[in-house]
Design a protein around this ligand. Structure first.
Ligand SMILES: Nc1ncnc2c1ncn2[C@@H]1O[C@H](COP(=O)(O)OP(=O)(O)OP(=O)(O)O)[C@@H](O)[C@H]1O
Length: 848
């Protein structure tokens, strides 16, 4: 039986089990039976009427439970567990070891023996000692069931009234027994992990895009982090939180929260896990939030947090503007958590659906998931039961999201899916009308064409008409008088002038940045703030660019962009690089092009399936030295640590796009580079665009024109030595793309022909198609050649490229900056080569 949160998850797990073929099932059953016989383990789990109708997985009785929640699962009077084969085998081996002469500790000091001296007694679930369950290798899709835990020697007892209790030997929690066995009392840790899991589970539960690879990785990480925690715990403990905070945190714990968490107060003294948070004192946050911030190692608020949090806590509507990577998510996340903590607990007798506290809208799916993750980190780190956070984005199951929404405290989503779910979900509309916070992140983007329609619909339904208010019951109406009005919080690093022009029905060059006053007027019109004058807080009026960002520009012929891209990637091998392009086809082409050159490139664009999108971001985040080739879908908000270099392969179309793309590096206190690759004829326009971003006043615009963007000096003679390999890699990439394109065109035409009831022959169609002359003929000829390339020819090209890549690039002995006269690109890729081979790439970026 599997219990996740309050729900029986039996069917999902069964589904995973069905991925195993019949022979494997039998083998597992046999191995399990053998292991059980070895152990003398008795019985199979008896299932309830509901669950017995479906085939049952062999891993049994694993529970995911959260402290403080009632568990509605049904159990039989005397349920006992069967062990998963791997665990059973492990235990059998352990027992053999213990049975060997001299292999076991002296009988008196053995935990097992000591435990025998204790009788079983009723225990809370969070007192029990849970163990990780290794999952079978063949289970491809766990549907959220990674990180399962199980427990030994626990009796599940149901009394005559149907009440279920758990009985175990007291040794499960007795510190002295654990000490005898060389173990430590980790009750507090278990609680903390389960609490953390709560919000995370809400998100991953609805996350169809998780691959089994990802799950395995996550499972490994969880185990690793648990081990790490254990090691840390063994270190001598020191007090590092500000003393007042520790005192008040402990006070808050004992007075307001469950006893099961009291162990965390002791852990709060661990130096490695907590930092001094006295710098947050002025914001007058609760002990719970401070404790969480301490654990996140956020020792002080960022300027946007210091400026906006008090205003939001005072109940104001706020428009917050601050440079990229300056902590805007926590600027609204912390007040939302504070409000959540101050809410009275819902009486258990109250069975009505609750309204979410906050709705956070984001322009992209990746950003929505990231916001949810950041909030989960904030809300699951402290000594309290955090809010339930639900992500509502496209690419995930609508039904699941609707189901989770019924219990959500904080909802994060993209406008399209949010609108779909809210407007069609039963009763969700009225719940959302009662939210206390509407957060519009990356507001200028969300209010642009393409997004605004759905955003406007959401804003409209959130407006509660008088008639609708009257429909509330009397009791609700009385309560309503005391409920503070909804606050609207708007954040971005930029505000976009084109929007304002559109509003006034004027044409303007989009991409210009708005003045403070213009931003206010625009937003007040678009978002119906409750306050007449929301607080406009701009902590970086002079610039929206991160202070430690350095910018540069490379001029090259349009046809040589690929070559320079490769050169730049080589020069920055081992660094995390994010390449921006303006089109999806370019991302599709550049990714295999770089991969052909042995560079670890990953794609990201909006036409990829959600699963692949999330995987690309995850892999890019996990692997230092990887390269993400993306459209502007990655430009806003993504917070990937240690991105060292942004390359604008295509020039950004607008000033704000440049700001946001470049803002993926140099986040927080980190440094970073942003390099534009442009053709000579594009250079002047690019400089104008950059000057606009940096100018504080109109007068400065002209004088600063050349100041902010430096031309990077790359030795063209050396770059040209890389050309042969680039030509081959490009040809191969073009071939693959052209073949794929041909296939999809063929499929489309074949389907159309079928609909019309005619035969489709691609060659005849090509020959007879009209308008096949004139512009684009050369490109089409190339495409045709590429599609006609045989497999053998492709293989020959690959072999040639491999051969080329395995040799050093001969740059001639006379080049003064080279010691050997040849460049070992492979060594360079491993971060060992001569990094100067590109010539005088003196970017003045030494500190990056
Ligand atoms: N007080 C703090 N101290 C240290 N780090 C912080 C603090 N607040 C937030 N951070 C971290 O700073 C990073 C950037 O934060 P965040 O993503 O919220 O930036 P942002 O201003 O929203 O950026 P963007 O404009 O690009 O969306 C995150 O990794 C976040 O965890």
């Amino acid at each position: 039986m599997f219990v996740q949160g309050n729900e029986l998850k039996y069917q999902e797990m069964t589904h995973g089990y069905e991925n195993i073929n019949q022979t494997e099932k039998k083998n597992i059953r046999d191995r399990e039976a053998d292991a059980k016989r070895d152990l003398g383990a008795p019985v199979e789990v008896e299932e309830t009427a509901r669950s017995s109708s479906v085939p049952r997985p062999n891993i049994s009785f694993a529970l995911h439970l959260y402290p403080g929640e009632s568990n509605k699962h049904k159990v039989h009077d005397t349920m006992k567990r069967a062990l998963p084969p791997k665990v059973a085998a492990m235990k059998a081996r352990k027992r053999q070891k213990l049975d060997k002469p001299g292999g076991a500790p002296p009988a008196k000091t053995s935990a097992k023996t000591a435990a025998k001296t204790y009788k079983k007694r009723p225990m809370r679930l969070d007192e029990l000692q849970w163990n990780d369950v290794p999952m079978p290798d063949r289970l491809d899709d766990f549907h959220g069931f990674f990180g399962l835990e199980e427990i030994d020697d626990v009796e599940v007892v149901k009394d005559a009234t149907g009440k279920v209790t758990f009985e175990a030997k007291a040794s499960h929690t007795e510190p002295e027994v654990n000490a005898l066995a060389g173990k430590e009392d980790n009750t507090g840790e278990v609680d903390a992990i389960e609490t953390n899991g709560k919000a995370a589970m809400d998100e991953s539960d609805g996350w169809e895009g998780f691959s089994s690879d990802d799950q395995e990785k996550e499972g490994e990480e969880q185990v690793a982090s648990k081990k790490e925690k254990k090691q840390k715990k063994q270190k001598p403990k020191k007090q590092t939180l500000a003393k007042d905070d520790v005192d008040s945190a402990s006070g808050a714990l004992s007075s307001t929260k469950q006893g099961a968490f009291a162990a965390l107060a002791d852990e709060a003294l661990d130096e490695d896990e907590f930092v001094d948070v006295s710098a947050w004192t002025d914001l007058q946050l609760s002990a719970e939030t401070l404790s969480s911030l301490s654990k996140l190692k956020f020792s002080q608020p960022t300027p946007i947090q210091s400026a906006t949090i008090p205003e939001i806590l005072a109940g104001h509507d706020v428009i917050g503007k601050a440079s990229t990577g300056s902590g805007k998510t926590m600027a609204f996340g912390i007040p939302i958590l504070e409000t959540f903590l101050a809410l009275p607990p819902k009486p258990s007798s109250d069975k009505s659906k609750k309204s979410p506290l906050a709705l956070i809208v984001s322009p992209t799916r990746e950003l929505a998931h990231q916001i949810a993750t950041h909030l989960t980190n904030l809300c699951s780190n402290g000594p309290f039961n955090g809010p339930s956070i639900v992500t509502v984005t496209g690419g995930l199951s609508v039904q699941k999201q609707r189901r989770l929404l019924a219990n959500a405290d904080i909802v994060v989503g993209t406008p399209g899916r949010l609108w779909e779910v809210i407007s069609t979900g039963h009763g969700l509309l009225s719940l959302f009308k009662q939210i206390r916070f509407l957060v519009v992140d990356e507001a200028d983007r969300l209010l642009t064409e393409g997004h605004y329609k759905e955003m406007e619909e959401i804003i409209n339904v959130l407006e509660q008409s008088d008639e609708e208010s009257a429909e509330l019951s009397d009791a609700d109406a009385v309560e309503d008088q005391n409920v503070p009005k909804r606050q609207t919080l708007v954040f971005s690093a930029t505000f976009h002038k084109g929007l304002q022009a559109k509003l006034a029905n004027k044409k303007s060059r989009s991409g210009d940045l708005l003045s403070q006053e213009e931003s206010m007027q625009y937003l007040v019109k678009k978002l119906r703030f409750r306050e007449e004058k929301p607080k406009f807080i701009d902590v970086n009026p002079s610039s929206q660019m991160a202070s430690k960002l350095k910018e540069g520009l490379i001029e090259c012929a349009g046809t040589e962009k690929d070559l320079y891209l490769y050169a730049l990637a080589l020069f920055n091998a081992k660094k995390r690089i994010l390449i921006f392009s303006n089109s999806i086809p370019a991302v599709r082409r550049l990714t295999p092009f770089l991969q052909n050159l042995n560079l670890p490139a990953l794609p990201l664009h909006s036409q990829m399936p959600q699963k692949a999108r999330l995987r690309s971001v995850e892999r890019f985040t996990a692997q230092p030295g990887s390269i993400l080739v993306a459209t502007d879908v990655a430009a806003r908000g993504l917070d990937i640590p240690n991105v060292n270099l942004i390359i604008h392969y295509h020039l950004p179309r607008t000033a704000d796009s440049y700001v946001h793309r470049s803002g993926r590096t140099a986040r927080g206190q980190a440094s970073g580079l942003s390099i534009l690759i442009c053709a000579p004829e594009e250079a002047a326009g690019t400089r104008r665009l950059i000057a606009k971003v940096h100018a504080r006043s109109k007068a400065e615009k002209k004088s600063k024109m050349d100041y902010f963007i430096r031309s990077l000096d790359i030795d063209r003679r050396i770059v040209s030595k890389l050309k042969p390999r680039v030509v081959l890699a490009k040809k191969l990439a073009d071939t693959v793309i052209a073949k794929e394109k041909k296939h999809s065109e063929d499929d489309w035409l074949r389907a159309a022909a079928e609909d019309l009831g005619v035969d489709y022959d691609s060659e005849t169609f090509e020959a007879e198609a009209p308008g096949r002359k004139g512009r684009g003929t050369g490109r089409r000829k190339k495409e045709r050649e590429a599609t006609e390339m045989s497999k053998g020819e492709q293989q020959a090209l690959r072999a040639e490229l491999r051969e080329m890549l395995s040799h050093r690039v001969n740059v001639g002995v006379s080049e003064k900056y080279l010691t050997s006269g040849a460049v070992d690109v492979n060594a360079l890729l491993q971060g060992e080569g001569n990094g100067e081979f590109l010539g005088t790439v003196d970017l003045g970026f030494d500190d990056v």
